[in-house]
Design a protein around this ligand. Structure first.
Ligand SMILES: Cc1c[n+]2nc(N)[nH]c2nc1OC(C)C
Length: 317
Protein backbone atom coordinates (compact mmCIF):
# COMPACT_ATOMS: atom_id res chain seq x y z
CA UNK A 1 0.00 0.00 0.00
CA UNK A 2 2.87 2.32 0.88
CA UNK A 3 4.58 1.21 -2.35
CA UNK A 4 1.41 2.16 -4.28
CA UNK A 5 1.36 5.66 -2.73
CA UNK A 6 5.03 6.18 -3.58
CA UNK A 7 4.52 4.97 -7.15
CA UNK A 8 1.47 7.25 -7.61
CA UNK A 9 3.51 10.28 -6.42
CA UNK A 10 6.37 9.31 -8.73
CA UNK A 11 4.04 8.90 -11.74
CA UNK A 12 2.30 12.21 -10.99
CA UNK A 13 5.55 14.21 -10.91
CA UNK A 14 6.88 12.43 -13.99
CA UNK A 15 3.71 12.89 -16.07
CA UNK A 16 3.32 16.55 -15.06
CA UNK A 17 6.94 17.14 -16.11
CA UNK A 18 6.49 15.32 -19.46
CA UNK A 19 3.23 17.22 -20.01
CA UNK A 20 4.96 20.60 -19.38
CA UNK A 21 7.85 19.74 -21.75
CA UNK A 22 5.47 18.63 -24.53
CA UNK A 23 2.65 21.20 -24.34
CA UNK A 24 4.31 24.32 -22.90
CA UNK A 25 7.94 24.05 -24.06
CA UNK A 26 7.02 22.10 -27.21
CA UNK A 27 10.15 19.99 -26.44
CA UNK A 28 9.02 16.42 -25.44
CA UNK A 29 11.70 14.27 -23.80
CA UNK A 30 9.84 10.92 -24.09
CA UNK A 31 7.82 9.32 -26.91
CA UNK A 32 4.00 9.61 -26.71
CA UNK A 33 3.73 5.83 -26.18
CA UNK A 34 5.82 6.10 -22.99
CA UNK A 35 3.60 8.98 -21.74
CA UNK A 36 0.42 6.99 -22.49
CA UNK A 37 1.77 3.84 -20.78
CA UNK A 38 2.62 5.76 -17.58
CA UNK A 39 -0.76 7.54 -17.69
CA UNK A 40 -2.58 4.20 -17.90
CA UNK A 41 -0.56 2.93 -14.92
CA UNK A 42 -1.48 6.05 -12.89
CA UNK A 43 -5.20 5.82 -13.75
CA UNK A 44 -5.24 2.13 -12.73
CA UNK A 45 -3.42 2.81 -9.42
CA UNK A 46 -5.75 5.77 -8.59
CA UNK A 47 -8.80 3.56 -9.23
CA UNK A 48 -7.35 1.00 -6.80
CA UNK A 49 -6.24 3.64 -4.23
CA UNK A 50 -8.54 6.70 -4.70
CA UNK A 51 -7.32 8.14 -1.38
CA UNK A 52 -3.96 8.92 -3.03
CA UNK A 53 -5.52 10.94 -5.88
CA UNK A 54 -4.51 14.65 -5.64
CA UNK A 55 -5.87 17.91 -7.11
CA UNK A 56 -2.93 18.16 -9.52
CA UNK A 57 -3.13 14.57 -10.71
CA UNK A 58 -2.53 14.45 -14.49
CA UNK A 59 -5.26 11.78 -14.73
CA UNK A 60 -7.72 14.72 -14.79
CA UNK A 61 -6.50 15.67 -18.28
CA UNK A 62 -8.76 13.00 -19.86
CA UNK A 63 -11.93 14.63 -18.46
CA UNK A 64 -14.19 13.57 -15.60
CA UNK A 65 -17.97 12.98 -15.36
CA UNK A 66 -20.36 15.11 -17.48
CA UNK A 67 -21.99 18.05 -15.63
CA UNK A 68 -25.75 18.70 -15.58
CA UNK A 69 -25.15 22.46 -15.98
CA UNK A 70 -22.48 25.12 -15.58
CA UNK A 71 -22.41 27.03 -12.28
CA UNK A 72 -22.12 30.82 -12.31
CA UNK A 73 -18.90 32.48 -11.18
CA UNK A 74 -18.51 36.12 -10.06
CA UNK A 75 -15.17 37.56 -11.23
CA UNK A 76 -13.60 39.21 -8.14
CA UNK A 77 -11.73 41.46 -10.61
CA UNK A 78 -13.96 42.30 -13.62
CA UNK A 79 -12.76 41.03 -17.01
CA UNK A 80 -12.61 44.20 -19.12
CA UNK A 81 -12.95 44.27 -22.89
CA UNK A 82 -10.70 46.25 -25.20
CA UNK A 83 -11.43 49.38 -27.22
CA UNK A 84 -10.61 48.86 -30.90
CA UNK A 85 -8.32 50.65 -33.33
CA UNK A 86 -8.60 50.09 -37.08
CA UNK A 87 -6.07 52.50 -38.54
CA UNK A 88 -2.58 53.76 -37.74
CA UNK A 89 -4.16 57.14 -36.88
CA UNK A 90 -6.23 55.51 -34.13
CA UNK A 91 -2.99 54.22 -32.58
CA UNK A 92 -1.38 57.66 -32.74
CA UNK A 93 -4.49 59.19 -31.12
CA UNK A 94 -4.28 56.53 -28.35
CA UNK A 95 -0.58 57.33 -27.81
CA UNK A 96 -1.26 61.08 -27.71
CA UNK A 97 -4.01 60.64 -25.07
CA UNK A 98 -1.75 58.40 -23.00
CA UNK A 99 1.20 60.85 -23.11
CA UNK A 100 -1.07 63.79 -22.26
CA UNK A 101 -2.00 61.91 -19.10
CA UNK A 102 1.23 60.22 -17.97
CA UNK A 103 3.93 62.18 -19.79
CA UNK A 104 6.31 61.16 -22.62
CA UNK A 105 8.23 58.54 -20.59
CA UNK A 106 5.88 55.66 -21.49
CA UNK A 107 6.62 52.16 -22.83
CA UNK A 108 4.12 49.78 -24.40
CA UNK A 109 3.85 45.99 -24.53
CA UNK A 110 2.55 44.56 -27.83
CA UNK A 111 0.98 41.09 -27.88
CA UNK A 112 -0.69 38.97 -30.52
CA UNK A 113 -4.46 39.00 -30.05
CA UNK A 114 -5.36 35.29 -30.19
CA UNK A 115 -8.74 34.64 -31.82
CA UNK A 116 -10.21 32.42 -29.14
CA UNK A 117 -12.21 32.68 -25.92
CA UNK A 118 -11.20 34.82 -22.94
CA UNK A 119 -11.03 32.80 -19.72
CA UNK A 120 -10.00 33.44 -16.13
CA UNK A 121 -8.07 30.86 -14.08
CA UNK A 122 -7.64 30.93 -10.31
CA UNK A 123 -4.90 29.23 -8.27
CA UNK A 124 -4.65 28.78 -4.49
CA UNK A 125 -1.25 27.96 -2.99
CA UNK A 126 -0.13 26.92 -6.46
CA UNK A 127 -3.03 24.56 -7.23
CA UNK A 128 -5.53 25.21 -10.07
CA UNK A 129 -8.89 25.60 -8.28
CA UNK A 130 -11.31 27.26 -10.71
CA UNK A 131 -11.65 28.48 -14.28
CA UNK A 132 -14.44 30.54 -15.85
CA UNK A 133 -15.56 32.12 -19.10
CA UNK A 134 -15.62 35.92 -19.38
CA UNK A 135 -19.42 36.00 -19.58
CA UNK A 136 -20.52 39.66 -19.27
CA UNK A 137 -17.23 40.58 -17.62
CA UNK A 138 -18.63 40.27 -14.09
CA UNK A 139 -20.44 36.90 -14.15
CA UNK A 140 -19.07 33.97 -16.14
CA UNK A 141 -19.60 30.21 -16.24
CA UNK A 142 -17.54 27.70 -14.27
CA UNK A 143 -15.71 25.56 -16.86
CA UNK A 144 -13.02 24.27 -14.48
CA UNK A 145 -13.39 20.62 -15.55
CA UNK A 146 -13.09 21.50 -19.23
CA UNK A 147 -10.08 23.75 -18.68
CA UNK A 148 -8.29 20.90 -16.81
CA UNK A 149 -8.22 19.04 -20.13
CA UNK A 150 -6.13 21.82 -21.75
CA UNK A 151 -2.66 20.27 -21.44
CA UNK A 152 -0.82 23.62 -21.41
CA UNK A 153 -2.82 24.79 -18.36
CA UNK A 154 -0.68 23.87 -15.31
CA UNK A 155 -2.60 21.93 -12.61
CA UNK A 156 0.07 23.05 -10.16
CA UNK A 157 2.40 26.08 -10.42
CA UNK A 158 6.14 26.02 -9.76
CA UNK A 159 5.51 28.21 -6.69
CA UNK A 160 2.80 27.83 -4.04
CA UNK A 161 1.27 31.20 -4.98
CA UNK A 162 -2.37 32.39 -4.96
CA UNK A 163 -3.24 34.27 -8.15
CA UNK A 164 -5.78 34.90 -10.88
CA UNK A 165 -4.66 34.95 -14.50
CA UNK A 166 -6.56 35.71 -17.70
CA UNK A 167 -5.88 34.18 -21.03
CA UNK A 168 -7.24 33.06 -24.35
CA UNK A 169 -8.35 29.45 -24.86
CA UNK A 170 -8.06 28.62 -28.56
CA UNK A 171 -8.01 25.81 -31.10
CA UNK A 172 -4.83 25.56 -33.22
CA UNK A 173 -5.46 25.65 -36.97
CA UNK A 174 -4.32 22.01 -37.39
CA UNK A 175 -6.78 20.79 -34.72
CA UNK A 176 -9.54 22.82 -36.38
CA UNK A 177 -8.86 21.30 -39.83
CA UNK A 178 -8.74 17.76 -38.35
CA UNK A 179 -11.96 18.28 -36.37
CA UNK A 180 -13.89 19.59 -39.38
CA UNK A 181 -12.55 16.72 -41.51
CA UNK A 182 -13.92 14.27 -38.92
CA UNK A 183 -17.28 16.08 -38.81
CA UNK A 184 -17.46 16.07 -42.61
CA UNK A 185 -16.89 12.29 -42.62
CA UNK A 186 -19.75 11.93 -40.13
CA UNK A 187 -22.00 14.29 -42.11
CA UNK A 188 -22.06 16.68 -39.13
CA UNK A 189 -22.26 20.48 -39.38
CA UNK A 190 -18.81 22.06 -39.74
CA UNK A 191 -17.43 24.80 -37.47
CA UNK A 192 -17.03 28.12 -39.30
CA UNK A 193 -13.67 28.96 -37.72
CA UNK A 194 -11.32 27.93 -34.89
CA UNK A 195 -12.83 30.50 -32.54
CA UNK A 196 -16.32 29.01 -32.82
CA UNK A 197 -14.87 25.51 -32.50
CA UNK A 198 -13.04 26.50 -29.29
CA UNK A 199 -16.17 28.17 -27.86
CA UNK A 200 -18.30 25.15 -28.79
CA UNK A 201 -15.77 22.79 -27.19
CA UNK A 202 -15.60 24.70 -23.88
CA UNK A 203 -19.41 24.85 -23.73
CA UNK A 204 -19.60 21.04 -23.66
CA UNK A 205 -20.94 19.68 -20.35
CA UNK A 206 -18.97 16.48 -20.92
CA UNK A 207 -15.24 17.19 -20.24
CA UNK A 208 -14.28 14.11 -22.27
CA UNK A 209 -15.53 15.92 -25.39
CA UNK A 210 -13.50 19.03 -24.49
CA UNK A 211 -10.46 16.77 -23.92
CA UNK A 212 -10.86 15.34 -27.42
CA UNK A 213 -10.75 18.80 -29.06
CA UNK A 214 -7.03 19.51 -28.40
CA UNK A 215 -7.56 23.07 -27.18
CA UNK A 216 -4.68 25.26 -26.08
CA UNK A 217 -4.25 28.33 -23.87
CA UNK A 218 -2.05 31.43 -23.79
CA UNK A 219 -2.21 33.50 -20.59
CA UNK A 220 -1.88 37.26 -21.11
CA UNK A 221 -2.58 38.98 -17.82
CA UNK A 222 -1.99 38.59 -14.09
CA UNK A 223 -5.10 40.08 -12.48
CA UNK A 224 -3.66 40.42 -8.96
CA UNK A 225 -0.13 41.43 -10.05
CA UNK A 226 0.06 44.37 -7.66
CA UNK A 227 -0.88 42.19 -4.65
CA UNK A 228 2.15 40.12 -5.66
CA UNK A 229 4.39 43.19 -5.79
CA UNK A 230 4.92 43.21 -9.56
CA UNK A 231 5.14 46.71 -11.11
CA UNK A 232 4.85 46.20 -14.87
CA UNK A 233 2.92 44.11 -17.37
CA UNK A 234 6.10 42.78 -19.02
CA UNK A 235 7.37 41.61 -15.60
CA UNK A 236 3.97 39.99 -14.93
CA UNK A 237 4.16 38.03 -18.21
CA UNK A 238 7.72 36.87 -17.44
CA UNK A 239 6.61 35.80 -13.95
CA UNK A 240 3.62 33.86 -15.35
CA UNK A 241 6.03 32.07 -17.69
CA UNK A 242 8.40 31.08 -14.84
CA UNK A 243 5.39 29.70 -12.91
CA UNK A 244 4.75 27.23 -15.75
CA UNK A 245 2.09 29.00 -17.82
CA UNK A 246 2.23 29.16 -21.61
CA UNK A 247 2.80 32.82 -22.48
CA UNK A 248 2.94 33.87 -26.12
CA UNK A 249 6.59 34.38 -27.07
CA UNK A 250 5.85 36.94 -29.84
CA UNK A 251 5.43 39.79 -27.36
CA UNK A 252 7.55 42.94 -27.66
CA UNK A 253 8.15 45.90 -25.33
CA UNK A 254 8.10 49.08 -27.45
CA UNK A 255 9.65 52.40 -26.40
CA UNK A 256 7.26 54.49 -28.57
CA UNK A 257 4.24 54.32 -30.89
CA UNK A 258 6.43 54.11 -34.02
CA UNK A 259 7.86 50.80 -32.77
CA UNK A 260 4.28 49.67 -32.00
CA UNK A 261 3.18 50.49 -35.54
CA UNK A 262 6.17 48.56 -36.94
CA UNK A 263 5.21 45.52 -34.81
CA UNK A 264 1.58 45.76 -36.00
CA UNK A 265 2.49 45.88 -39.71
CA UNK A 266 5.11 43.11 -39.24
CA UNK A 267 2.46 40.73 -37.88
CA UNK A 268 -0.21 41.83 -40.33
CA UNK A 269 2.08 40.30 -42.97
CA UNK A 270 3.28 37.25 -41.01
CA UNK A 271 0.09 36.07 -39.28
CA UNK A 272 -0.73 33.39 -41.87
CA UNK A 273 2.49 31.61 -40.80
CA UNK A 274 1.22 31.19 -37.21
CA UNK A 275 -0.24 27.82 -36.13
CA UNK A 276 -3.25 29.66 -34.65
CA UNK A 277 -5.59 32.50 -35.70
CA UNK A 278 -4.99 36.04 -34.46
CA UNK A 279 -7.44 38.89 -35.10
CA UNK A 280 -5.12 41.76 -34.19
CA UNK A 281 -2.52 43.13 -31.83
CA UNK A 282 -3.10 44.23 -28.23
CA UNK A 283 -1.11 47.26 -27.08
CA UNK A 284 -0.81 47.97 -23.34
CA UNK A 285 0.96 50.64 -21.29
CA UNK A 286 3.67 48.62 -19.52
CA UNK A 287 3.91 50.41 -16.16
CA UNK A 288 1.14 49.50 -13.68
CA UNK A 289 1.55 52.90 -12.00
CA UNK A 290 0.74 54.57 -15.35
CA UNK A 291 -2.11 52.09 -15.95
CA UNK A 292 -3.49 53.17 -12.56
CA UNK A 293 -3.23 56.85 -13.56
CA UNK A 294 -5.09 56.19 -16.82
CA UNK A 295 -7.77 54.02 -15.21
CA UNK A 296 -10.68 52.41 -17.05
CA UNK A 297 -14.16 53.26 -18.34
CA UNK A 298 -17.02 50.95 -17.27
CA UNK A 299 -16.14 48.64 -20.16
CA UNK A 300 -12.51 49.04 -21.15
CA UNK A 301 -9.14 50.15 -19.79
CA UNK A 302 -7.76 53.49 -21.02
CA UNK A 303 -4.26 51.98 -20.90
CA UNK A 304 -4.84 49.37 -23.61
CA UNK A 305 -6.21 49.15 -27.15
CA UNK A 306 -6.72 46.34 -29.67
CA UNK A 307 -5.62 47.00 -33.24
CA UNK A 308 -7.93 44.81 -35.34
CA UNK A 309 -6.71 43.38 -38.64
CA UNK A 310 -9.27 43.63 -41.46
CA UNK A 311 -11.15 40.29 -41.65
CA UNK A 312 -9.47 38.00 -44.19
CA UNK A 313 -11.57 37.04 -47.23
CA UNK A 314 -12.81 33.58 -46.25
CA UNK A 315 -11.63 31.10 -48.86
CA UNK A 316 -14.32 28.40 -48.68
CA UNK A 317 -12.84 25.13 -49.92
C1 LIG B 1 -9.40 41.29 -23.47
C2 LIG B 1 -7.89 41.12 -23.64
C3 LIG B 1 -7.38 40.32 -24.63
N1 LIG B 1 -6.03 40.22 -24.73
N2 LIG B 1 -5.27 39.49 -25.60
C4 LIG B 1 -4.00 39.73 -25.26
N3 LIG B 1 -2.93 39.18 -25.89
N4 LIG B 1 -3.92 40.57 -24.22
C5 LIG B 1 -5.19 40.88 -23.87
N5 LIG B 1 -5.67 41.68 -22.88
C6 LIG B 1 -7.02 41.79 -22.76
O1 LIG B 1 -7.57 42.55 -21.81
C7 LIG B 1 -6.69 43.31 -20.92
C8 LIG B 1 -7.50 44.48 -20.41
C9 LIG B 1 -6.22 42.42 -19.78
Amino acid sequence: RQAAQTRIEELRELLNKYNYEYYVLDRPSVPDAEYDRLMQELIALEEQYPEFKTKDSPSQRVGGQPLDAFQKVEHRIPMLSLANAFHEGDLRDFDRRVRQEVGDDVAYVCELKIDGLAVSVRYENGYFVQGATRGDGVTGEDITENLKTIRSLPLRLKEAVTLEARGEAYMPKASFERLNEQRKQRGEELFANPRNAAAGSLRQLDPKIAASRHLDLFVYSLANAEELGIDSHSAALDYLQTLGFKVNPERRRCANIDEVIRFVSEWHEKRSQLPYDIDGIVIKVDSFEQQEQLGATAKSPRWAIAYKFPAEEVVTK
